[in-house]
Design a binder for this molecule. Structure first.
Ligand SMILES: [Zn+2]
Length: 742
């Protein structure tokens, strides 16, 4: 009814218009206006948009290569509402945009320029036939010619539009230019040989209502040479239209864009094959498109992916953005992000970014490493972003950048999750993981609803896709009639499942990290032990403090001989505090054996991963010499992050833990492979100690005397005591590493 009201308003306005209709625009503008479509398929997509848009709302679109009077024609015939004269005039002329949303179906062509720029990119001339029914059931047929050839012939300095209309087969009297226009069309549109009957016959090619667009004088590979090949290869594959110009039009791109194309390898298939491009042009395909009567196999891509995950992204939008983007009605606007694995025969991957259901960016590579993201697609409808005027790119504003970052993050999370779960599955099961399962969807030719096919082989599916298919053919009795609504999936629970999977994976990773710290580092500790056993006494598998102190004093002595007092003391302090750090603080005693082990493992692992100088082997540390304050910081940071992981892990599994343990310190644990909370305390302590020791190392020495270590190498308890004492009074000491027998 909204459309009807609009039409009536326009008809009333029309009564005041007389004279030959023209848009006061220079014909040269038709050419320059079309050049923004570097890629011919983006021009064709404009015509597809016109059929899809709500004011047309076609269910079917036939794209055909026809030959009329020896002239190659590309025709677009839809079964949409059609247009009355005024609407056709707006479509052909410049400066109008009356596209309005109908029942939530938003128009794609914001600019109202799509037809002009698109058709004039494909060929020099276009003629539009349209048939519609008015509220009083009158049939209105209209025809309009937008022809560069015609304008050149009559030497027009403004774009003249021959356009006329019939109401119930009577040439409309309200338009005095009608007869004149029909005469111009008949004589200047070369497709009809000057016969009015042939012009009128085109209306018979339209059903009860709809629009038929003929584009002729198609662009050639050499525009000035009428004998050169057509830009579009219309004959090699009748089920497709091939852009034979791909390479040349790529060459015409600015260097930056060409580089981007090379980097992103924007799907050579999509750039070359119209069938491939149209199959993904709409996120939720409604329009059934045929090329030369071959059905374009569209896919409900977002529901066909395997290992599908759904997530949401709520962009922060300013009120002005919301108004501008007309999102206010949708106050809880959020971007739905579907990520999943493409069927194996897909060579492309990346993000498919749609706007109002229409593809803007195909296979955008969010993650640059192909080995990571290969086979994975991210599909999102980003209505809050603004496409450029030819709908091939988004305006790169702050909203776009934020969105891009966010989507990249989501893709990385997904890849990380599946890399982990895949490797877990591979290691747990000897057999290869089962192939991912893809759902198959087919669209009803009558009601355009999508139905899921159960238990259909690849071959069966391919044959189903080629033929017409109706709901009644669905073996699934729940969805075998056109009046049954489309299958709805429980999206909220899918979102929740994905969140849960990520949380589980994060916990698993953290647990694995800690477990590997605890297990993998032990051999390292043992090797360190054997190493020091070689160099030192057999019984004490750690470096005797006496040896360390001897090294310290000898180095001090040599520096003193050289007269460099300050640096040498600094060096000694750093070195000794480094060794202190290797002993891993002193708090492990109260957790008996396990704590000592943990202490050892944590310290050795940390030492290994940070820097060669911070070695688990005190002897090696001695030989290495000084460790800078920066290295302390690095070790400390690593411990901090490890500690955070441990705390998070403990938080997650705390409910599984016995609450009656003795104050959380050294109590019995129910999960034997995890250390108890003393690990957390221990780590905190190591960090504390590191801090303290760093501070000490940076302090000026208070006296010239060298403290000798007082502890005996054979008495671990005594060392520990001495450690405590030394740390508490701020003195320097060199302590051994303790390694348990087992
Ligand atoms: Zn149906």
């Amino acid at each position: 009814t909204a459309i009807m009201e609009l039409e009536q308003q326009q008809q009333q306005q029309d009564l005041q218009v007389s004279g030959l209709r023209s848009a006061r625009t220079n014909p040269a503008y038709l050419v320059s206006n079309a050049t923004s479509h570097l890629w011919v398929f983006s021009a064709i997509a404009e015509l597809v948009d016109n059929a899809y848009d709500p004011d047309c709302a076609a269910a079917h679109l036939d794209i055909r290569h026809e030959v009329m009077r020896g002239i190659d024609v590309l025709s677009f015939t839809d079964d949409g509402r059609g247009m009355e004269l005024n609407r056709l005039h707006n479509m052909l002329s410049f400066g109008y945009c009356d596209k309005v949303p109908v029942k939530g179906h938003k128009p794609i062509g914001h600019y109202g320029n799509g037809f002009k720029s698109g058709s004039m990119r494909i060929g020099k001339d276009a003629i539009v036939f349209t048939k519609t029914r008015l509220a009083n059931n009158a049939v209105v047929k209209s025809v309009g010619l937008l022809s560069q050839t015609f304008l050149a012939r009559i030497g027009a300095d403004t774009i003249v539009l021959p356009i006329c209309s019939w109401v119930n087969d009577q040439l409309a009297e309200t338009y005095p230019d009608g007869a004149q226009s029909l005469s111009l069309i008949t004589h200047h549109c070369d497709l009809f040989g000057g016969f009015e009957s042939e012009v009128l016959a085109q209306f018979d090619r339209i059903g009860k209502h709809g629009t038929r667009i003929l584009i002729y004088n198609l662009k050639r590979t050499s525009p000035d040479d009428p004998s050169s090949a057509l830009e579009l290869d219309l004959v090699s594959d009748r089920s497709d239209i091939v852009n034979s110009e791909t390479l040349q039009s790529d060459a015409a791109l600015p260097a930056v864009q060409r580089m981007q194309l090379l980097q992103t390898s924007v799907s050579p298939l999509i750039r070359r094959s119209l069938k491939a491009y149209l199959s993904i042009l709409f996120m939720k395909p409604r329009l059934i498109i045929r090329i030369n009567n071959h059905k374009v196999r569209t896919q409900l891509m977002q529901r066909c992916l395997a290992k599908r995950a759904i997530d949401y992204y709520s962009p922060k939008l300013s009120p002005s953005d919301e108004t501008r983007l007309k999102l206010r009605s949708n106050s809880n606007y959020r971007v739905r992000v579907v990520i999943g694995v493409l069927p194996a025969n897909h060579s492309d991957y990346g993000a498919m970014l749609y706007h109002n259901n229409r593809l803007i960016l195909p296979y955008e590579k969010l993650v640059k490493e192909p080995e990571l993201a290969s086979g994975v697609a991210l599909i999102a409808e980003v209505d809050h972003l603004e496409p450029n005027h030819i709908k091939q790119e988004f305006i790169r504003d702050a909203n776009f950048r934020n969105c891009f970052l966010n989507l990249t993050q989501k893709l990385k999370e997904y890849l990380e999750l599946h890399r982990c779960s895949d490797s877990a599955a591979a290691s747990s099961a000897a057999a290869a993981p089962p192939p991912p399962s893809y759902w198959r969807w087919v669209q009803c030719d009558s009601c355009q609803k999508w139905r899921r096919l159960l238990d259909v082989s690849d071959e069966e599916f391919r044959s189903i896709e080629k033929r017409a298919w109706y709901c009644s053919m669905n073996p699934d009795a729940y969805y075998n009639r056109c009046d049954i609504a489309e299958e709805v999936e429980d999206e909220e629970s899918m979102v929740q499942d994905y969140r849960d999977a990520r949380t589980t994976a994060r916990r698993r990773n953290e647990a694995a990290a800690i477990r590997s710290l605890l297990s993998n580092s032990r051999p390292a500790g043992q090797s360190a032990a054997s190493h020091s056993a070689e160099s030192s006494s057999k019984r004490a598998r750690f470096d005797p403090p006496s040896a360390t102190s001897a090294a310290v004093s000898s180095s001090t002595a040599s520096h003193q001989l050289g007269g460099r007092h300050q640096p040498s003391r600094q060096e000694v302090r750093e070195r000794s505090s480094n060794i202190n750090s290797c002993s891993g603080g002193s708090g492990g005693g109260n957790v008996a054996m396990s704590s000592t082990q943990v202490e050892q493992s944590v310290v050795s692992a940390t030492a290994e991963s940070s820097t060669a100088a911070v070695s688990v082997d005190p002897a090696a540390v001695k030989r290495e010499g000084a460790v800078s304050a920066a290295r302390f910081d690095r070790v400390k940071d690593q411990l901090r992050s490890l500690r955070c992981s441990v705390i998070r892990l403990l938080g997650h599994i705390s409910s599984d833990w016995s609450t009656d343990s003795d104050g959380g310190r050294g109590g019995p644990v129910k999960v034997p492979e995890f250390p108890d909370q003393s690990v957390d305390q221990l780590l905190a302590r190591v960090v504390q100690d590191l801090d303290r020791q760093k501070k000490q190392a940076q302090q000026q020495p208070r006296d010239d005397g060298q403290k000798q270590p007082g502890a005996s190498s054979s008495n671990v308890a005594a060392v520990s005591d001495a450690q405590e004492a030394n740390l508490s009074d701020g003195e320097i000491d060199i302590k051994p590493i303790v390694i348990d027998d087992d």
